[in-house]
Design a protein around this ligand. Structure first.
Ligand code: MLT
Ligand code: MN
Ligand code: ZN
Length: 311
């Protein structure tokens, strides 16, 4: 299995359009080591980069730019896309807006939980992905169950995914409107026929999630500190109010998850997070504990890479 990080930032991206925090100023000025980041997305394939079909984890608002700068996702015929499926971890804007940018008539399989599906169906916008029969084939993910991914015409992709519960929340636009459910926000465990396994949990308020036994773990790197936004005077919200576990602290992900045997990568990184500064103590602390910091364009090989996958 191979994975490409299409976007490594949290909602808002890096820099965020209306943010003048130290990190956002530094990246706008092009200070060395500060790299712009687009919003959270990962491309996964069981095949080779130039021939495999891809499942995207989430559809970022910057999806068109992400595709444009990722050769593996370019069309291989006059009307074609290597993107066959999209798996959503929740219905947040940073994960769904990109769907509507993929409306130009290419069949896609969309894997979502029932709760996320209901949320999407409430928007008239979803109809723009129903221009012809079979353009958007929606299939439901059930917590704890393993699903073999297939493209819109049911061709297997050589990848399986299992949704596991994370301590997440409803999208901002449904808070107080929809009933909460454990299916509102999920983590994903991917496996392929090479035996490789990759977990993705970018929105969780708790470290008690099913991450054991994976080769690679992408984890919620939104905030370094619980009160990061308050300290900077940017918001009253704590990390937990947004269902994100901070990296730091007794119950933070660094203390709780550094012992995982996997290759560990922080992603969905908020622009305020000091790990984005190349020379910060916080960056050094996560690296010393064995973590990597995802960046746009990062390519990962999981398990033995040269075997398997259709095509
Ligand atoms: C989050 O990760 O907490 C959300 O992306 C926030 C949002 O939707 O603005
Ligand atoms: Mn987000
Ligand atoms: Zn900022």
């Amino acid at each position: 299995m191979r994975a490409i990080v299409l976007g490594s930032a949290a909602g808002g991206g890096f820099p965020q359009w209306n943010c003048g925090c130290g990190n956002c100023v530094a990246v706008r000025k092009g200070r060395p080591g500060f790299e712009p980041r687009t919003q959270d997305s990962l491309a996964v394939t069981a095949g080779a980069l130039n021939t495999g079909t891809f499942a995207l984890v989430n559809a970022s608002p910057e999806i068109l730019l992400q595709i444009q700068r990722t050769r593996a996702l370019w069309p291989r015929a006059p009307r074609h896309s290597p993107i066959s499926a999209i798996v959503l971890t929740n219905g947040d804007m940073d994960h769904v807006l990109g769907l509507f940018s993929l409306r130009e008539s290419w069949p896609l399989a969309l894997y979502v939980t029932a709760s996320v599906r209901e949320g999407l169906e409430q928007s008239a916008f979803i109809r723009t992905l129903r221009r012809f029969e079979g353009q958007l084939v929606v299939r439901e993910l059930i917590l704890g169950e393993t699903t073999e991914l297939a493209d819109a015409s049911n061709e297997p992709m050589g990848l399986s995914v299992r949704a596991f519960p994370t301590a997440g929340k409803l999208p901002v636009h449904f808070v107080g409107k929809a009933t909460e459910s454990p299916e509102d926000s999920i983590g994903l465990s991917f496996t392929d026929n090479t035996g490789g396994s990759l977990a993705y949990a970018a929105a969780t308020a708790s470290a008690d999630v099913a991450l054991e036994g994976h080769d690679v773990v992408f984890f919620d790197g939104t905030f370094f500190r619980e009160d990061e936004l308050r300290r900077l005077g940017l918001s009253k919200s704590l990390a937990k109010d947004m269902a994100h576990i901070p990296i730091d602290g007794e119950n933070g992900s660094l203390a709780r998850l550094s012992k995982l045997g996997a290759r560990k990568i922080y992603t969905h990184i908020n622009n305020t997070n000091p790990i984005l500064a190349p020379d910060s103590d916080e960056r050094r602390a996560v690296e010393a504990a064995g973590w990597e910091v995802a960046y746009d364009g990062m390519e990962i090989t999981v398990g033995s890479s040269d075997v398997g996958g259709p095509k």
